[in-house]
Design a protein around this ligand. Structure first.
Ligand code: FES
Length: 93
């Protein structure tokens, strides 16, 4: 049994959702509270769920993987060929 005073935890599951355990207030993009269906929530991180923000298991069918391809180290010139550089997205740019 979980202690309600314990801090919430978020656990990233390999090739799957983020599992949230503990009391957390979920809000949507407008700041409205989103009712949590269960004490333990699974948040979609594959982008394929039909019930976002919750995981519906579609990640298993879609072949979603949490493995990252080999990349150039951050800060190298090659790392910014596609994005144009981190400064382009900065609100101060
Ligand atoms: S992580 Fe499960 S449906 Fe997206």
């Amino acid at each position: 049994m979980r202690n309600d005073d314990a801090p919430a935890t978020i656990t990233a599951y390999p090739n799957g959702p983020l599992i949230v355990r503990g009391r957390v207030r979920f809000v949507d993009e407008h700041g409205a509270s989103v009712e949590q269906p269960r004490a333990t929530a699974a948040l979609c991180r594959c982008g394929m769920s039909a019930i976002k923000p919750w995981c519906d298991g579609t990640h298993k069918l879609s072949g979603f993987t949490t493995e990252t391809p080999d990349r150039e180290p951050a800060g190298s010139d090659e790392a910014h060929d596609e994005c144009g550089g981190c400064e382009a997205d900065s609100p101060d740019a």
